[in-house]
Design a protein. Structure first.
Length: 333
């Protein structure tokens, strides 16, 4: 099934997803904020700044005119930093076709409102929830741009729409599964960034695999606890958008959240780590996730310590001491 797709955001994941759509046989227009990025994609089929060494299909075209990309598109894919979505979408919504499917690639929770990205999309555009799909899973952009095989989840409350999107995006190296649990998939994608910051810090402090496995496992436990309180399907957290993405992000040097954490663990300041890393969603979303947890009455000790390190100048070593000094308890409590 061929679509006309607009991908809004020509960073590493937006460009990679546009490449996947184009290689699956769709017509794709990629919106880039900067003319030099759009020009390089059109002239040399490259986006070296975000995807070094990767050739892009000649059928993939870029523009800096978002209206041009959106007009007539039956898939509108959003791939910009989470905290910028609301402002951008307000300028784009009028051009979105009445029947279009809106697809979120973003993994963050909005500061202040504690809304998930699909909720921001519904609120700003006024589309019904069943027109919004979320793509989430172990999808490090550069590996997929290099056509290394991976699976993902397409979550949408309209399972028919999810299946159509699944057919539209399947390639020999990209295997999407469908799920109707949008809430669980979005929480899995956002919270794993916070746990990846913690794993990075552990690595930066010189700790090994026991520490990282403990952080991943207890990180997943607190993600599932939040999900259960908010009404997510517990099975989602054992799937690609839960465990799968958590393992990939917490283990990979390609992850910006992981690298950001490594820098903090090695003693860099927040400003130094920010200057050295692109979009590390967990740094901002840790605060909105903690707000969400407090509202829901859920204990998220790892997230709480990441917030303290990132936003209250607490040293990672002090955060470790706090975590390890808590009262002992049952694993299933
Ligand atoms: N990179 C990955 O491997 C990956 C994989 C899955 C999901 N994601 C998620 O996708 C989303 C986008 O990440 P990315 O990796 O493409 O980020 P990126 O930093 O590589 O690119 C971000 C893009 O957004 C643009 N941008 C930055 N600020 C903007 C603003 N204020 N308004 C409009 N555009 C702006 C940039 O110019 C750039 O084109 C994030 O939520 C991320 O968590 C990333
Ligand atoms: O580079 P990160 O840390 O944003 O992680 C990338 C993806 O979310 C992995 O699935």
């Amino acid at each position: 099934m061929t679509t006309h797709s607009a991908v809004l955001g020509a960073g590493s994941w937006g460009t990679t997803f546009a490449k996947i759509l184009a290689e699956a046989g769709n017509h794709v227009t990629l919106w880039a904020r900067r003319p030099e990025v759009a020009d390089a994609i059109n002239a040399s089929h490259r986006n070296e700044e975000y995807l070094p060494g990767i050739g892009l299909p000649a059928t993939l075209t870029a523009t800096t005119d978002a209206q041009e990309a959106i007009t007539g598109a039956d898939l509108v894919v959003l791939a910009i930093p989470s905290q910028t979505l609301r402002g951008q979408l307000e300028g784009w919504r009028a051009a979105i076709d009445a029947e279009a499917t809106l697809v979120s690639l973003m993994k963050g929770i909005e500061l202040g409102t504690t809304m998930r990205m699909s909720e921001v999309i519904v609120e700003v555009t006024g589309v019904s929830q069943d027109r919004v799909a979320v793509v989430s899973g172990p999808n490090l952009a550069h590996e997929l741009a290099d056509r290394q095989p991976a699976a993902t989840v397409i979550a949408c409350t309209d399972s028919g729409r999810a299946k159509r999107l699944q057919r539209t995006t399947t390639t020999p190296y990209f295997r999407p599964y469908t799920n109707v649990d949008v809430l669980g998939c979005e929480l899995g994608g956002a919270v794993k960034n916070v746990i990846a910051l913690a794993c990075g810090m552990a690595e930066g402090m010189g700790f090994g695999d026991n520490t990282k496995a403990s952080l991943m496992t207890r990180g997943l436990a607190e993600t599932a606890r939040l999900g259960q309180a908010l009404g997510a399907d517990p099975q989602t957290f054992a799937g690609l958008a839960g465990l799968g993405d958590l393992v990939a992000t917490c283990s990979s040097p390609l992850s910006r959240n992981h690298s950001f954490g490594v820098r903090l663990g090695q003693g860099a300041s927040l400003a130094e780590a920010t200057a050295a890393t692109r979009t590390a969603e967990g740094v901002k979303s840790c605060r909105s996730i903690l707000d969400l947890a407090i509202k829901a009455g859920v204990d998220m000790p790892l997230t709480e310590q990441v917030v303290r390190v990132c936003h209250a100048s607490v040293l990672p070593a002090v955060a470790v001491k706090q975590l390890m000094g808590r009262e002992t308890k049952s694993e299933t409590a």
